[in-house]
Design a protein around this ligand. Structure first.
Ligand SMILES: [Zn+2]
Length: 221
């Protein structure tokens, strides 16, 4: 999938020596850049930071947040396609509903109707996750062959307790609790623990979001 990008863009993470820029609708990243900070910054560049895109109220430093349209709990990742500047109040009301569920929730009138609808949404989302289906746009995810990258990676300093959690989740749901995020040229942004589990258990295909138009420029040796 391609992430949404502005035409012109340059970014340097505070305190880091890496930078990122857009050229020909591709995002190039050179050196170390914190992935989430970069995605947040891209989102504000695309949609502005002045208004809540749900209720149109003006935002200030105290009320400004970024909402995950597909919530993190259900696999929603931090990319501009899934982020929306909004106010704290809207974000708190939306909780773990998707953007489209929240729209329907907003149209419900009585608190009882709202509560009932909210509960139904959460049950549905949880059911999907229990059955190994991430609550995100189908077009974002693919089965990614990890064998091509695993030979380059050895992960150090991983917590065994977290690996055990991943293991338990996987045994129960035949799926990982989160999505692997990979650049167009097979650089891993998120999912060290997933990869470690896949390596130990010789798993070939992992559900991933491949950001085809994001390219990590590696330093030449
Ligand atoms: Zn709002």
């Amino acid at each position: 999938m391609n992430i949404r990008l502005p035409k012109r863009y340059f970014y340097r993470d505070r305190g880091q020596n890496g930078y990122a820029y857009v050229s020909h609708n591709k995002l190039f990243i050179k050196g170390y850049v914190n992935f989430e900070n970069l995605m947040y910054n891209l989102t504000y560049t695309l949609y502005g930071y002045r208004y809540c895109l749900y209720c149109n109220n003006e935002l200030n430093n105290k009320t400004r947040t970024l909402d995950h349209m597909y919530p993190r709990t259900w696999g929603g990742i931090s990319i501009p396609n899934n982020l929306i500047p909004c106010c704290k109040a809207c974000n708190q009301k939306k909780k773990d509903m998707t953007e489209s569920q929240f729209e329907v929730w907003n149209s419900k009138i009585t608190p009882n109707q709202k509560d009932a609808f909210y509960q139904a949404c959460i049950n549905e989302n949880a059911w999907l996750m229990d059955n190994g289906i991430f609550v995100v746009d189908d077009n974002w995810v693919s089965k990614y062959n990890v064998t091509k990258i695993l030979k380059y990676f050895s992960f150090k300093g991983l917590k065994e307790s977290r690996i055990k959690e991943i293991e338990e989740y996987f045994n129960l749901h035949k799926q990982y609790p989160e999505l692997l995020i990979v650049s167009g040229n097979n650089w891993i942004f998120k999912g060290k623990y997933i990869l470690e589990h896949a390596k130990r258990h010789k798993i070939t295909f992992v559900t991933a979001v491949v950001l085809s138009n994001v390219i990590v420029i590696k330093d030449s040796p």
